[in-house]
Ligand binder design. Structure first.
Ligand code: BG6
Length: 479
């Protein structure tokens, strides 16, 4: 109360509120290894990388950070960082080796139970992602995210997780980044590595939303009155700004294409697909002679089923791009499919610095602008930043750029809180270097470096880790 009064009377509050969650994130396939330990089933990433050489360094995540064995060290790392929240994901095939709840793995149960208990003993809230891209291969063999039955399969899997861990886990993220699941998975950027965006990818769009909603409804009906948890789906979005004022309309459309397609059905008052985008995409499929609209229509019951399935908005934010309106024929097709659909290209503002990856522009104000957009567009009153991080290609422990990136992002978070937006927490991607999907072990995001050549995969704090722990301990950003 005192700090609120002070901030009200004398300007900006410089400390993070006492309820604010400082976190860091990882994901099962990226850190666990133990791909065949116990009775774990095969995931679609296991299958993809055992049979194809597609990563930059020809690697896979059979061992990764070996967190399957080194989870106690991971908890220590979280503690050293002063985190009060750790976001990790559960591997669906580790819990349900066949993909279905006919057999729940004792080994998987024990592994995640130990991890959750270990975190709680240290006063760290587990924020649990139920799906971070490692679909059981058995389900991929049945059509994966293009099969409408996946909503039921995911709901059943969710029930198992809530039953096993719901007494201890208060924050659940149903799916991580549906954009990456569909627009990546059906555009040869991620497993199942298909080139089928126009049909499979858009079917996936609808099914991820139904699957998320199925899990949310299971919790709401069967667990909410017991456990009082909070659920959301984590969306990843570039923040978009127009290059010139003549690009304003194209920018609004780009926001609908990449943010609204996954957010409007859940957060808007009307539910369903963003209408303008739905119309344009339907016209595109008509022009190509395909008899169905790109975005499979929702029934009125499905609209109601999906609408409102959130307790907060979970946002993965990394960068901001400028949008340039172009002739759809001439538009590029990267980083995500869709530029050609709506006739846009992305460019960098020449005044912005970039990370090693040239599309990764550094414009921290974009985070605050995006938080305002979410708040204004959907009237959501609570947002959790579930990922934000800085990529690099070198192993350097003195990672000044990552430190600066995190610092400037945290400044924007604090400004947003002072603006009156309820930002519940902030999560660094990643707590430690790990297997970064198609770039293998080449890209580093870690607060902690991992020596992948050492027998015990030593975790060592970088400068950014020291900086972040000073923030978490003082609840303020050092000058
Ligand atoms: C996030 C994902 O979008 O980006 C993480 O949730 C991923 O799993 C991170 O590792 C970094 O992505 P990339 O493609 O640079 O490795």
């Amino acid at each position: 109360v005192f700090s609120a009064v002070v901030s009200g009377c004398f300007g900006q509050n410089e400390t993070f509120p006492t309820w604010f969650l400082f976190g860091a994130a990882t994901a099962a396939y990226q850190i666990e290894g133990g791909w065949y330990a116990g009775d774990k089933g095969e995931s679609m990433w296991d299958r993809l990388l055992h049979s194809n050489d597609i990563t930059l360094d020809s690697s896979n995540a059979d061992v990764a950070c070996d967190s399957y064995h080194l989870w106690r060290r991971d908890i220590e790392v979280a503690k050293e960082l002063g985190l009060n929240m750790y976001r990790f994901s559960i591997s669906w095939p580790r819990i349900l080796p066949s993909g279905f709840p006919n057999q729940v793995s004792e080994d998987g149960k024990k592994y995640y139970s130990n991890l959750i208990d270990g975190l709680l003993e240290k006063g760290i809230q587990p924020v649990v992602t139920m799906y971070h891209w490692d679909l059981p291969q058995s389900l991929q063999d049945l059509g994966g995210w293009a099969n409408p039955l996946i909503a039921t399969w995911f709901g059943d899997y969710a029930r198992v997780l809530f039953t096993l861990f719901g007494d201890r886990v208060k924050y659940w993220i149903t799916l991580n980044e549906p954009l990456a699941i569909c627009d990546g998975g059906y555009n040869k950027m991620a497993a199942p590595f298909l080139d089928d965006m126009k049909i499979g990818g858009y079917l996936c769009n609808k099914h991820v939303l139904l699957a998320h909603a199925a899990a949310y409804r299971v919790y709401e009906k069967e667990f909410q009155s017991l456990y009082y948890g909070k659920l959301s789906m984590a969306n990843v979005f570039f923040w978009f700004k127009p290059e010139k004022t003549t690009d304003d309309e194209a920018t609004k459309l780009a926001i609908q294409m990449w943010e609204g397609r996954y957010a409007h059905p859940i957060y808007s008052e009307s539910g369903g697909w963003p209408p303008e985008l739905e119309k344009i995409l339907a016209e595109n499929s008509k022009k190509e002679g395909y008899p169905y609209p790109r975005l499979p229509p929702f029934t009125p019951e499905e609209i109601e089923f999906v609408k409102g399935t959130y307790d907060f908005y979970a946002l993965n934010h990394y960068t901001t791009r400028l949008v340039r309106k172009v002739d759809p024929e001439k538009a590029g097709s990267w980083p995500y499919y869709g530029c050609k659909e709506i006739g846009v290209d992305f460019v960098n503002d020449p005044t912005w610095k970039t990370a090693v990856i040239d599309w990764f522009a550094i414009y921290p104000e974009g985070l605050r602008e995006q938080l305002h957009w979410i708040n204004k567009t959907y009237g959501v009153d609570q947002v959790m930043i579930t990922e934000n991080g800085y990529p690099d290609l070198n192993d350097d422990l003195f990672d000044v750029q990552r430190m600066t990136y995190i610092k400037t992002m945290l400044q924007q978070v604090l400004l947003a809180i002072n603006d009156g937006i309820h930002v519940m927490g902030y999560t660094v991607w990643s707590m430690m270097d790990n297997f970064e999907w198609v770039t293998g072990y080449k890209t580093k995001y870690g607060l902690y470096a991992v020596d992948f050549l050492s027998p015990n995969l030593t975790r060592t704090p970088r400068e950014s880790a020291r900086f972040y722990s000073s923030v978490t301990k003082g609840r303020r950003i050092p000058k």
